[in-house]
Design a protein around this ligand. Structure first.
Ligand SMILES: N[C@@H](CCC(=O)N[C@@H](CS)C(=O)NCC(=O)O)C(=O)O
Length: 112
């Protein structure tokens, strides 16, 4: 299972939304680990072993850490599960699709 290391309120929300979208479309779950950036948890040795830059996000896929939002989103976009999500969105009217995306984003914030 993929695992996302993120900071609440940080730019890591971008791949987080992508993972929620995949989950909503396919049921494929993912793990999460929140880091309290204001407490410096991104500088803990265990986290620096995943990302020596000490920045979120990191997505661990098949045991390998992937950093950089663009790289993570590229990886997610290549998954068949993400294509399923996009195909389902394409099948509904644009406004409904926008509302679905909005819902996914709100869910992400309310749950974490
Ligand atoms: N270029 C990086 C930027 C990541 C980044 O700036 N993350 C910030 C949060 S938005 C961070 O981890 N800050 C913690 C720190 O500076 O100690 C990416 O695309 O992932």
């Amino acid at each position: 299972m993929m695992k996302l290391y993120y900071g609440p309120g940080a730019c890591s929300f971008v791949p987080h939304v992508g993972l929620e979208a995949i989950k909503a479309a396919t049921g494929e779950d993912f793990g999460t680990q929140a880091l309290r950036l204001h407490k410096g948890e991104q500088h803990a040795p265990e986290y620096l072993a995943l990302n020596p830059l000490g920045l979120v996000p990191v997505l661990v896929v098949d045991g390998k850490p992937l950093s950089q939002i663009v790289a993570i989103c590229d990886d997610l976009a290549s998954l068949p599960a993400y294509r399923t999500y996009i195909e389902r969105l394409a099948a509904v009217p644009p406004v409904a699709a926008a509302i679905a995306r909005e819902g996914i984003k709100l869910d992400t914030y309310q749950r974490k």
